[in-house]
Design a binder for this molecule. Structure first.
Ligand code: AQP
Length: 324
């Protein structure tokens, strides 16, 4: 059985995109009885300027949301990356395997600041940490979207190079293309995906999982559509990205567009469907937030399990490279 491994970075307050595009599939895999390791990749949230207080609060919110969306800690291992030291330890061994040239070719590094001398070094090295995140758990398949494909190819290259140089330690994972999942676009700029790192205050196009119903209503009401007022205006089409996005969100949240002919009615239906979809999550969140010690205990137990699973892999890598 393949092992499912998914990480979510607490780089902002989670969005409807994270819910429909990530959590839904994670919950389904757990319910299907698959072997699941799901983590909060807090170390990856420090590659750009960050405020420690905000990071602490965001980690608390994201860990609580893992439970609030319905991930059952009795059936999936839930953990924080920073609490499993093997991630950092293996990352260093892999840095001693990686070449500067290949890291310099990473598209996200080029885009996020190769030419800025104040770019944090971790923007350059984080793909190696990501390789460690993956290789420690020996998954046979890693499903990734296009934006992460290059990083998983790097992971494969590092695993093969390490194995060839020092002995067969790592399973080399296949890169799998996930079945087309919901891709939720920004309500203000529907050519861009809805992103959690949108700055608070400049996030009218971003529905957060914990936005109250009136905030959701306001954001959806302001969503960009187009000036088409004809009888067939409410339809999906590549030249109607805003309307298509609203229709996709409506369908993903279990609503129907049948009989809807105006953008006003569409937005009302989207609001109702999203509010109804998020209501149980927000209710469970409120209950869990009242018991932070429970959430902490779940993630402590998850980290313990991860330490058991990853220790032999790290030990084998250390032995092979000459440290034991
Ligand atoms: N808009 C989206 N539609 C569908 N799925 C989405 N995901 C993110 N945004 C959408 C999925 O959520 C998971 C989060 O992965 P991540 O934390 O590594 O960050 P990301 O993919 O870069 O997501 P964000 O929200 O856009 O974060 P920032 O703003 O920090 O870059 C993944 O499974 C992703 O596919």
């Amino acid at each position: 059985m393949n092992r499912n491994l998914s990480l979510i970075t607490p780089s902002g307050r989670l969005t409807l995109g994270n819910f429909l595009g990530a959590f839904r599939g994670m919950v389904a895999s757990v319910q299907a009885g698959e072997d699941c390791f799901y983590g909060v990749s807090d170390l990856h949230a420090m590659t750009t300027a960050h405020d420690p207080r905000v990071l602490r609060d965001t980690i608390a919110e994201v860990t609580t949301l893992f439970l609030a969306v319905g991930l059952d800690p009795a059936r999936a291992v839930l953990f924080r990356q920073s609490q499993v030291a093997a991630h950092r330890e293996l990352a260093y061994l892999l840095e001693c395997t990686a070449y500067t040239g290949e890291l310099g070719r990473m598209i996200q590094y080029k885009e996020k600041g190769r030419d800025n001398p104040s770019t944090r070094a971790s923007v350059y090295t984080y793909p190696v940490l990501m390789a460690a995140d993956i290789l420690l758990y020996r998954p046979t398949r890693v499903p990734v979207g296009d934006d992460q494909r290059q990083h998983v190819e790097l992971t494969r290259d590092l695993a093969v190079r390490f194995n060839n140089a020092y002995g067969p330690v790592f399973t080399v994972p296949e890169v799998a293309t996930p079945s087309a999942g919901a891709r939720v676009m920004d309500l203000q700029d529907p050519t861009r995906k809805m992103s959690k790192s949108a700055a608070p205050g400049a996030d009218t196009g971003v529905i957060r999982l914990l936005d109250p119903p009136d905030v959701i209503r306001r954001k959806v009401a302001r969503a960009v559509t187009d000036s088409d007022t004809g009888p067939g205006a409410v339809r999906s089409s590549s030249d109607k990205p805003g309307v298509s996005n609203l229709l996709d969100i409506l369908a993903a949240c279990g609503g129907t567009s049948s009989g809807i002919t105006t953008y006003g009615a569409l937005k009302a239906a989207v609001t109702d469907a999203v509010v109804a979809e998020l209501e149980p999550v927000q209710k469970r969140y409120a209950d869990l937030a009242a018991d932070p010690a429970y959430v902490t205990a779940v993630f402590a137990a998850g980290a313990e399990r991860c330490r058991e699973v990853t220790a032999p892999v790290l030990a084998a890598a250390e032995a092979a490279i000459g440290l034991r």
